[in-house]
Design a protein around this ligand. Structure first.
Ligand SMILES: NC(=O)c1ccc[n+]([C@@H]2O[C@H](COP(=O)([O-])OP(=O)(O)OC[C@H]3O[C@@H](n4cnc5c(N)ncnc54)[C@H](O)[C@@H]3O)[C@@H](O)[C@H]2O)c1
Length: 507
């Protein structure tokens, strides 16, 4: 018997156990990893009975023998492609051998037959799933698929032996009648969203049949263990531990107002929060309230933003949600707004957002597990007034940036939301710059603005609730208060009217 928890890695077609090597190296830090070459591949002998030697029953016997002879006790099983298909058959037939099963890109054939039968009156849905398996019909044709090997060997990393013998898997097992059966082993499915061979429905098919089923997502193609071994190893580890990681949420400008309220709302939902603010004490206060972590960050400083993002990754991991929220206000007519005022507001409200997203978005893309980017824009970004030319310009820019990112990052499973809050009672009115006014006039205007915002009575907590909803629903442009919803609609149906109202708003 082995020391250490045994994990068996079963490979698919047209691979050998080598395909698991990078993942096995990672898992070996904690587990006793067993990987074996399925019959007819790598160092294993070929059955020599034509394709009948690759029947599911024989594959399950082989796997059971590996568990019995090498591990000597129940194992955690991980299967990819045909390794997963035979894994389903094994956990159904021999549940006593398995502690858990992690399935990647290979459904149970009985569950899929049952899914097709249940959906027989929705032929377009069934067609959408089955058309991914067109090649299987081709594999059943004698001789021709054998000849195709030189054309696929590089793209599929396929050895000739693995390709030719592996065809036996299809010929021996497709075309048979497969009945679904309940599965008592705990199962985790890793969904690969860019897998051309396996659809979401193939995973759904298991739902009525597995008592304990969980799922996680990687935005990768079919051979995730080759392209993203670290991520695959982490998902397997979580599946074995039966653990769901907390969501990690990073918020800039989290020391006050909307940022703090959103950090709190995410924490209330069980997320781990990282509060960033140029005002370190206020970030620490948010961290203390949310049970999270605080870092001082001035988002206008690109080098510092990159450094803090790298530090967060190393200490806490890649965030699931990044909210580029830090912002300042500058009000007043264009003719009175100084170059210095312009630079300050552009530095924080535009460059700050760009720096934040440039530092974190690549982390999310590389991790390939999706995520969400939130930008705190403003209705000022689509509601032109005579009072906020500089501020509005920065907010229009980040509103557009968010929409461009939405287009660019969709394929990576990363959602983007641009929040347009409206008039919200926060500290922003106490720090607003009123262009061209004396210090005394500035103070007076700040007090008046604070009174007006207080009277409007919309709290940052209400904005935070909308933000959580927007992330959940993956909403792109999110006007929050009634007045900015009206302006948003007005822009579409009567833009001239919206502009006329905006002309009245002067300072
Ligand atoms: N309050 C509103 O009515 C309203 C309306 C529309 C949009 N917004 C936007 O919401 C966001 C949050 O504003 P708020 O109302 O919560 O204001 P707030 O002043 O209460 O909070 C802003 C936070 O950002 C921080 N910050 C400022 N400059 C920074 C920098 N360079 N680096 C890091 N942190 C910095 C501040 O220290 C503060 O903690 C801003 O982008 C603002 O433009 C607010």
């Amino acid at each position: 018997m082995l020391g250490g928890t045994p994990v068996v890695l079963a490979h698919g077609f047209p691979d050998s156990s080598d395909v698991w090597a990078p993942v096995a190296r990672k898992l070996a830090e904690r587990f006793h990893v067993i990987r074996y070459d399925v019959r007819g591949t790598g160092g294993s002998g070929a059955p020599g009975r034509g394709h009948r030697g690759y029947s599911m029953e024989l594959l399950v016997d082989d796997l059971a023998t590996v568990v019995r002879e090498v591990a000597g006790r129940p194992v955690h099983l991980v299967g990819h492609d045909w390794g997963s298909i035979q894994g389903w058959a094994a956990v159904t037939a021999r549940p006593e051998l398995f502690l858990s099963f992690t399935s990647m890109s290979g459904p149970d054939l009985g569950h899929v037959s049952d899914w097709v039968r249940r959906n027989r009156w929705r032929p377009w849905k069934v067609f959408g799933v089955l058309q991914r398996s067109w090649y299987i019909a081709g594999f059943k044709v004698p001789v021709v698929p054998e000849l195709v090997w030189p054309a696929v060997r590089e793209r599929l990393h396929a050895g000739r032996r693995e390709w030719v013998n592996g065809l036996g898997l299809y010929r021996a097992n497709f075309g048979r009648r497969w009945r679904p059966a309940p599965v008592s082993t705990r199962v985790h499915q890793i969904e690969l969203t860019q897998d051309p061979y396996v659809a979401h429905a193939h995973l759904e098919a298991a739902e009525p049949w597995v008592a304990e089923l969980s799922r996680s997502v990687l935005h990768t193609g079919h051979w995730a263990q080759r392209t993203h071994p670290d991520q695959v190893a982490r998902h397997i580890e979580d599946a074995i531990d039966n653990r769901k990681r907390k969501r990690l949420v990073v918020v800039t400008g989290a020391g006050s107002g909307i940022g703090r309220a959103t950090a709190q709302a995410f924490a209330d939902q069980g997320a781990e929060v990282i509060a960033l603010d140029v005002d370190e004490a206020s970030a620490e206060e948010t961290a203390a309230r949310t049970g999270g972590h605080a870092y001082r960050l001035d988002v206008t400083d690109r080098v510092a933003t990159d450094r803090v993002a790298a530090e967060i990754k190393a200490r806490h991991g890649v965030p699931d949600v990044v909210m580029a929220n830090a912002g300042i206000g500058v009000a007043g007519p264009f003719l009175h707004t100084s170059e210095e005022d312009w630079r300050r507001v552009v530095d924080v409200n535009l460059w700050g957002v760009v720096h934040t997203l440039r530092a974190f978005a690549p982390q999310l893309v590389d991790r390939a597990e999706g995520g969400h980017l939130v930008v705190t824009a403003s209705a000022a970004g689509y509601f032109p007034t005579a009072a906020l030319s500089a501020y509005s310009t920065t907010k229009a820019a980040v509103l557009m940036l968010a929409q461009c990112l939405h287009a660019e990052l969709r394929g990576h499973g990363i959602g983007v939301s641009a929040i347009c809050p409206g008039i919200v009672h926060t500290n922003i009115t106490t720090t607003f710059t009123f262009a061209g006014k004396s210090p005394a006039e500035q103070e007076e205007r700040r007090r008046a603005a604070t009174r007006a915002y207080r009277l409007r009575g919309f709290s940052p907590e209400k904005v935070a609730a909308e933000i959580l909803e927007a992330v959940k629903e993956d909403r792109l442009v999110v006007p929050v208060t009634a007045e900015v919803k009206a302006a948003h609609l007005g822009n579409r149906v009567a833009p001239a009217l919206v502009r006329a109202v905006g002309r009245l708003w002067r300072l």
